[in-house]
Design a protein around this ligand. Structure first.
Ligand code: ADP
Ligand code: MG
Length: 241
């Protein structure tokens, strides 16, 4: 088991955004998390990565209790993430933005630069390395998010709606890229509204509603699950008999 959350809970005032959420992710698998807007998906990522403190519960990564650790410690242990609302340094270049992440493992400019180049090649952004971020397309910004997450050399990658706003062709190529990352050994948790992405990438899918897990199973089990259909999916994906 690479990641486990146990009864993880976070309230904002009276609103329980994540409610006693227990989740396990086996090494080498892809877990999808779906659910309506506001169901706690991003908050769950924020809790895992230490961006916000939990009220109760635990997060175990690689056998280590990381519940109370600071974000940079958790990142250095190997948890990488993208942000649903990216905040790149838009006046800096693509390369410089990735270097910011590389510096988590080194203080050497030379090594940070070399690592940043490597991930830019991986995500297909090397030709735009010297572009200012404000001059790149939405698709390239998504790739940059991925590159920044990869630059911390994660073993677990958390992807928060990296496909939103992309065209179907761009989505296809993003799926291809994520599949490559997975083949190279990454364990992945992906939050996504585009169901085709979930269906084509995930080994397992968990469904959140009002901060609780209402279902978990294989993609096929999930698309046929009555409560999931009611709370989120509708009938679109249900197998016809
Ligand atoms: P999702 O990613 O599934 O759309 P979020 O985790 O972003 O959902 O949000 C879950 C709930 O928690 C929402 O009702 C949201 O408004 C609330 N929430 C999230 N972050 C904060 C915050 N920092 N302060 C107050 N409420 C928040
Ligand atoms: Mg979200």
């Amino acid at each position: 088991m690479l990641l486990e959350s146990r009864d993880l809970t976070k309230a904002f005032g009276g609103l329980v955004a994540v409610n006693q959420l227990s989740m396990t992710v086996e090494k080498g698998t892809v877990l999808g998390i779906i659910g309506p807007n506001g169901s706690g998906k991003t908050t769950f990522f924020n809790l895992i990565t230490g961006m916000i403190p939990s009220d109760s519960g635990k997060v175990i990564f690689n056998g280590e209790d990381i519940t109370k650790l600071r974000p940079h410690r958790i990142a250095r242990l190997g948890v990488g993430r993208t942000f649903q609302i990216p905040a790149p340094f838009s006046k800096m270049t693509v390369l410089e933005n990735v270097m910011v992440s590389s510096f988590i493992h080194t203080s050497s400019m030379k090594i940070a630069k070399k690592k940043a180049w490597e991930v830019l090649e991986k995500v297909g952004l090397d030709e735009k390395a010297d572009f200012q971020v404000l001059n790149v397309t939405l698709e390239d910004r998504k790739r940059l998010e991925l590159a920044k997450a990869l630059a911390i050399e994660p073993s677990l990658l958390l992807l928060d709606e990296v496909m939103s706003g992309l065209t179907p062709v761009e989505v296809k190529s993003a799926i291809h890229l994520i599949r490559q990352m997975h083949r190279q050994g990454l364990t992945i948790i992906i939050v996504e509204h585009v169901m085709d992405v979930i269906l084509s990438l995930c080994d397992r899918v968990a469904v959140l509603d009002y901060g609780r897990k209402i279902a978990e199973g294989t993609p096929q089990q999930i698309v046929n699950h009555p409560e999931v259909i009611r709370a989120y999916l509708g009938e679109r994906y249900r197998a016809r008999s």
